[in-house]
Design a protein around this ligand. Structure first.
Ligand SMILES: [Zn+2]
Length: 364
C-alpha cells in the first residue's frame, strides 16, 4: 500500500513537472500555437486564446483547434466545453462564444477551457465524420475512437493529442456539445450516465426538453471522461448546420447553472430541468425505413405518442404509399428524420420512454 502511494506521488510529480503549456513559437491568425495546455501555469484572472496543434494531414501540415481559456482569479473546479467533434454540429460553437462573452476571470473561481471546433477535418466538408485522404478517401466517426492512439491514423492521433495534451489535468467536469445528424432533428436533449450522481446533477442543471438515462457509448468523448471519473454529459443541441436561438440560450443557461452550482461564479440558478419539466426516459425505440422512398413524418419532436399511433407514411416518386409506420409504444418523440428522402434503415421517428423493468433502471 505504502509503495503504491509513493509510486503514485512520484508519478504525479513527474507528470506535473512535465505538464506545462508548450508554445511552438508560431502564430496562426495572430493567436499563439500550443502543443500542450497546462492551465496551472497561466496567470490568474485573465482570458486566453490559443490555436491547439492537432494531428498532421497528408500534405504535412497540422489541423488546429481554437481554444478559449478563462483562468479565474481564485482556484476552483475546471469546466471543459467542446463543440463540433461531429463536424456538421454547430449550435455548440455559439453556446461557447456566448458563455465566454459573459465570463469575467476576475470574478471566476476555477477555470473554463473550451475547444471551438474539435473536428476541423469534418467541419470543412459539412460532415460529422473525420475525413481520411488515404485510399481514395474514407471517414470515421470521430466520437467513437476516444481516447485515440498515439501511433494510430490521423483521427486517432488527433483524439490522442486532444485527450492527453489539451484535456488531461485541465478539466474536472465536461460538456460535449452535439446536434442530431444531418437530415434529422433533436430538441434540447442530453445523454447522461445516471449511475454517476454528479452526472445526473449536471444534466438536470440544464432546462432541456428531454434526458436519456444512458449507459454510454464506448469510444465517445462523454464515456471516455466518465470512465476516467470526470463527470461528463453529451448535450444534443437541436439540428446540424443551423444556429437555433432558443436552444442555444437554454444551453448557455445550463452551463451558467453548472458554474453557479459549483461555486465558480456568484448568482442565482436560472431555469433547470425542474422548471422546464424535462421528460426523463431510460429507453428509446427507433422506427426506421424498411424500404427507400419519400417519408412524410406525422409527428414533431416533443410530441407525446400513444402505442399504435401512425407516425410516418412513405411513398414512391409517383405518390403511391409504400409503407405506413406506427409507434411500437407510448412515449415522447425524441427525434424525427426531417429530410424526406429516406433510404432503407434511415431514421423516421425515435421515441423516448420509460421501461419499468429493473434492468433498465439506469438506461437500456
Ligand atoms: Zn454528434
Amino acid at each position: 500500500m505504502y509503495k503504491v502511494a509513493t509510486l503514485a506521488l512520484l508519478l504525479t510529480s513527474v507528470f506535473s513537472a512535465q505538464a506545462e503549456t508548450i508554445y511552438t513559437g508560431d502564430k496562426i491568425n495572430g493567436y499563439p500555437v500550443i502543443k500542450k495546455l497546462d492551465v496551472n501555469d497561466l496567470e490568474a484572472g485573465k482570458h486566453y486564446r490559443f490555436m491547439f496543434q492537432g494531428a498532421s494531414n497528408g500534405i504535412g501540415q497540422n489541423w488546429y483547434v481554437p481554444i478559449l481559456v478563462a483562468k479565474g482569479a481564485k482556484s476552483g473546479p475546471k469546466l471543459g466545453l467542446q463543440a463540433a467533434i461531429h463536424g456538421d454540429e454547430l449550435n455548440g460553437v455559439r453556446v461557447i462564444q456566448q458563455v465566454f462573452e459573459k465570463l469575467e476571470p476576475a470574478k471566476l473561481s476555477g477555470t473554463v477551457v473550451a475547444a471551438v471546433g474539435a473536428n476541423p477535418s469534418g467541419m470543412l466538408v459539412n460532415n460529422r465524420h473525420w475525413q481520411f485522404a488515404m485510399d481514395s478517401g474514407s471517414s470515421v466517426d470521430f466520437n467513437r475512437i476516444w481516447p485515440g492512439k498515439e501511433k494510430g491514423n490521423s483521427a486517432q492521433q488527433h483524439a490522442w493529442l486532444m485527450w492527453n495534451n489539451l484535456w488531461a489535468g485541465n478539466v474536472t467536469l465536461f460538456v460535449d456539445m452535439h446536434t442530431q445528424s444531418t437530415g434529422n432533428d433533436f430538441p434540447l436533449f442530453i445523454y447522461a450516465d445516471y449511475r454517476n450522481p454528479q452526472v445526473k446533477k449536471m444534466a438536470e442543471l440544464f432546462p432541456a426538453d428531454q434526458i436519456k438515462k444512458d449507459l454510454g457509448e464506448k469510444g465517445s468523448v462523454e464515456t471516455t471522461f466518465v470512465e476516467h471519473n470526470i463527470p461528463a454529459i453529451t448535450l444534443e443541441v437541436g439540428k446540424p448546420k443551423l444556429y437555433q436561438t432558443d436552444l442555444i440560450a437554454r444551453s448557455v443557461t445550463g452551463v451558467n447553472n453548472i458554474l453557479i452550482e459549483q461555486g465558480m461564479i456568484a448568482g442565482k440558478l436560472g431555469r433547470t430541468a425542474k422548471e422546464q419539466q424535462t421528460y426523463i426516459g431510460n429507453s428509446m425505440n427507433s422506427i426506421r425505413a424498411e424500404v427507400g422512398g419519400f417519408a412524410e413524418i406525422l409527428v414533431k419532436t416533443g410530441d407525446s405518442v400513444q402505442k399504435g399511433q401512425k407516425v410516418a407514411i412513405q411513398r414512391n416518386a409517383f405518390g403511391d404509399v409504400l409503407r405506413e409506420y406506427y409507434a411500437p409504444n407510448a412515449g415522447k418523440v425524441l427525434s424525427i428524420g426531417d429530410d424526406p428522402m429516406r433510404e432503407s434503415n434511415a431514421l423516421l421517428v425515435r421515441i423516448l420512454f420509460n421501461d419499468p423493468s429493473a434492468k433498465c433502471a439506469d438506461g437500456c
